[in-house]
Design a protein around this ligand. Structure first.
Ligand SMILES: C[S@@+](CC[C@H](N)C(=O)[O-])C[C@H]1O[C@@H](n2cnc3c(N)ncnc32)[C@H](O)[C@@H]1O
Length: 276
């Protein structure tokens, strides 16, 4: 089992060392940005990645009601309704990458805003969903989904660009496989909960606390450099969520394992809470 107790305000380097850092630690953010820029084009190309993404998809479907958002019923998406009356479900897919979570939720929401540090990830997201901005065949889905480059997890006020109504009052703010890359998860939770409407849901999909393997393979090492937390325990999440003013904490485990690069075993879970 994992021998680590994760200090929320520290992040760990590739050799298990940790150095001081908080969310605006420029060097750590830059390591993340560079790493994910490099992998944006090959995020789902290898068998282990496909296996993980398929399992994540199935896990989300199986627990769609558990999430606790009053989603649009996808089977009614094509019914003609008065646009003024139509139900709106707005989702912030934070650290969206190429859109794993947006893809999984699909037409259950009416608007997705993606935000990610990596400009190549943002580009991959927009190519995937915004076929209007590309030629008709390059996007694989038609969703009202658009991503932008940014970082909301700052100690000072988040950037002015994200101050408008478009970036507030979400029904769901979700972080898929990103929470363990945030150095200060308390600050991150606070900043993201600020973006929810009252009653909105904060959801993370991440890994149960795990050991960091001796990672000899250069690509494993490169990923390890972007990781701030070796997974999370139920107890620490419960406390972090409560600290950000969330109620109705619940956690569900996938009950299956995934293997990063076919080597590092991880147990995914989802945790949710509602803003008062
Ligand atoms: C493992 S990927 C997950 C992508 C996607 N959510 C998914 O579930 O497949 C982690 C993502 O977090 C992004 N990221 C890391 N730190 C971030 C931060 N502080 N703000 C925004 N995005 C961040 C990275 O650029 C990367 O795209």
């Amino acid at each position: 089992m994992a021998g680590h107790s994760n200090h929320p305000d520290k992040h760990h380097g590739a050799h298990g060392m940790h150095h001081g850092g908080h969310q605006d630690d420029a060097a750590f953010l830059e390591t993340n940005r560079n790493h994910w820029n490099k992998f944006a084009a090959s995020y789902s190309s290898e068998p282990w990645q496909k296996d993980m993404l398929n399992k994540v998809n199935a896990f989300i479907y199986a627990n769609i009601k558990w999430i606790g958002v009053d989603f649009v019923d996808p089977s009614t998406t094509f019914e003609v309704t008065d646009p003024g009356q139509a139900k709106k479900v707005r989702v912030l897919d934070y650290a969206c990458g190429p859109g794993t979570i947006t893809h999984a939720l699909s037409s259950r929401a009416t608007e997705y805003v993606g935000i990610d540090l990596s400009e190549n990830m943002v580009q991959a997201y927009n190519l995937r969903f915004n076929s209007a901005t590309t030629d008709a065949n390059s996007g694989d889905e038609f969703l009202n989904a658009h991503a932008e480059v940014g970082n909301l997890l700052t100690t000072e006020e988040p950037p002015e660009t994200f101050s408008g109504a478009k970036y507030h009052d979400f029904d769901l703010v979700v972080v898929g496989l990103g929470f363990h890359h945030f150095s200060d998860v308390r600050l991150a939770t606070k900043r993201l909960v600020e973006r929810l409407r009252p009653g909105g849901v904060f959801l993370i999909l991440d890994f149960v606390t795990h050991a960091m393997e001796a990672e000899e393979h250069p690509e494993l090492k490169a990923t390890a450099n972007t990781v701030a937390h070796h997974g999370f325990s139920e107890q620490e999440l419960k406390e972090i969520f409560a600290g950000a003013g969330l109620r109705g904490f619940a956690i569900v485990r996938m009950g299956d394992e995934v293997y990063i690069r076919g080597k590092s075993k991880r147990q995914p879970f989802m945790a949710r809470g509602s803003k008062i």
